[in-house]
Design a protein around this ligand. Structure first.
Ligand code: 6PG
Length: 482
């Protein structure tokens, strides 16, 4: 037994993670893949890594020093269960199985429960940063037992991205906490991407600027408070010319967005937890709508605004600044909603998640890395019981400065028929939070009318019902169960 860590599953993410591990002082990395061809290719192409390669589970497990630690990097789903059972049948109490894929946290909770009687630790770990992150330093979100983190922590810290001297990894919480937080990370990723796409669309349609010119705008934005990986890569995508046609690449890419499911899970769980994550939901639905080809084609002639929309040359700079502000404010809402879901999930599933630590480990390595995550970390450090990110002084000021722009942009998009579901829903959410009175009072009245669902009053305690089908007098009652 020569290796202190093993990797099972050597597609790009697994290979890159294995190479990252091998490049760190003190690690010897065992590798295994179901088809041995891939293992051989990796070992041949990277002799410098000193991999200990195996072509069977028996040899792989035998090549690991005790307590054994293996990271599974296979496509999330049934394949993961198969690999877990191969390892679990050979591992011993105290050994650690890590699932580094994008597993559904409910599966992770189930898997941990199934394995824990054997004394083997099962750890679901979210790993973000794509192929490049896996190789050079991802952001890592491990769940599982505290005890397993004593062994895993140093290994994961050695390969994680570094933000201001700190490795982007922390023990997120027990069982499925890591995969839950990774799921919300991806939900925020969806929202952020959609918001950026809406900003691009508004500028393009409003000003007629070319994708390359808009790339320059994003590059400029990336020097300020919006600085982030997603803004940076957006500029690169917009600047790309298609070799075959000479057109901007963005104009020849089919406008139907794919999705592998983590964004939808974020919304499904938000619904279950009763957390309004409207920005994330609109981003997921925007991808769904984009893929409804038949409906879109049938709708192309539906009436829109009678006049085409253009921003006057003299107003262009101010308009672009409005869009930047709207993007920033909406982005604050997306993160605020995402953190709300983390807080609700932690409460529901019994995890001790430190919000500030999550913001810190997202500062580098992951897809949503952004300058303003420092501000989120500070906000939770200043007030661990913060009820909503958007009311923290820094974000409150940021939104105060942005809101007039935000309103102008949403109004212009509605008047000109440009869909901005994420901008608009984020603003509606913000105004919903702000409203001293909501029409929810009327909804309660309607519920009481047709179903005797009861209501509370603003002026005295108790639960009430109006006798709608009788004399319309009010009675005090016990709360409705439906
Ligand atoms: C990451 C990414 C990664 C993956 C997404 C893409 O953090 O590195 O989030 O996990 O790129 O799952 O998801 P979609 O294919 O659903 O856009």
């Amino acid at each position: 037994a020569a290796a202190n860590i093993g990797v099972v599953g050597l597609a790009v993410m697994g290979s890159n993670l294995a190479r990252n591990l091998a490049s760190r002082e003190g690690n010897t990395v065992a590798v295994f893949n179901r088809s041995a061809e891939r293992t051989r290719t990796l070992v041949d192409e990277h002799p410098e890594a000193g991999f200990v390669a195996s072509e069977s589970y028996d040899d792989f497990v035998a090549s690991l020093a005790k307590p054994r630690t293996a990271i599974i990097m296979v496509q999330a789903g049934k394949g993961t269960d198969a690999v877990i059972s191969e390892l679990a049948s050979r591992f011993e109490p105290g050994d650690i199985i890590v699932d580094g894929g994008n597993a559904n946290f409910h599966d992770t909770i189930r898997r941990e429960k199934d394995i824990s009687p054997t004394g083997i630790h099962f750890v679901g770990a979210g790993i973000s940063g794509g192929e490049e992150g896996a190789l050079n330093g991802p952001s890592i979100m491990p769940g599982g037992s505290k005890q397993s983190y004593e062994t895993l922590g140093p290994i994961l810290s050695s390969i994680a991205a570094i933000a201001e001297g700190e490795p982007c990894v922390t023990h997120v919480g027990t069982d499925g906490a890591g995969h839950f937080v990774k799921m919300v990370h991806n939900g925020i990723e969806y929202a952020d991407m959609q918001l950026i796409a809406e900003a691009y669309d508004l500028i393009r349609q409003g000003t007629g600027k070319s994708p390359a010119e808009i790339a320059d705008i994003f590059a400029e934005w990336n020097t300020g408070e919006l600085e982030s990986y997603l803004i940076e890569i957006t500029a690169e995508v917009l600047r790309q010319t298609d070799a075959a046609t000479g057109k901007p690449l963005v104009d020849v890419i089919l406008d139907e967005a794919g999705a592998k499911g983590t964004g939808a899970w974020t919304v499904q769980n938000a619904l279950d937890l009763g957390v309004p994550t409207s920005g994330i939901a609109e981003a997921v639905f925007a991808r769904s709508l984009s893929s409804k080809r038949a409906q879109r084609e049938a709708s192309v002639d539906l009436p829109g605004p009678s006049t085409a929309w253009t921003v006057d040359d003299a107003d262009t700079d101010a308009f672009i600044e409005d869009v930047r502000q709207a993007l920033y404010a909406s982005k604050i809402i997306a993160y605020s909603q995402g953190f709300d879901e983390i807080i609700a999930g932690a409460e529901q599933f019994g995890w001790d998640v430190k919000k500030g630590d999550i913001a810190k480990i997202w500062r580098a390595g992951c897809i949503i890395r952004a300058r303003f995550l420092n501000r989120i970390a500070e906000a939770y450090a200043d007030d661990p019981g913060l009820v909503a990110l958007v009311v923290a002084p820094y974000f409150r000021d940021a939104v105060a400065g942005a809101q007039e722009s935000w309103r102008r942009v949403v109004a212009a998009s509605a008047a000109s028929g440009i869909p901005t579901p994420a901008f608009s829903s984020s603003l509606a959410y913000y105004d919903g939070l702000r409203a001293p009175r909501l029409p929810a009072a009327l909804v309660q009245g309607q519920r009481d009318f047709f179903g005797a669902h009861t209501y509370k009053r603003v002026d005295r305690p108790g639960v009430f019902h109006t006798l709608w089908s009788g004399d319309h007098s009010e009675i005090e009652t016990t709360p409705s169960s439906h």
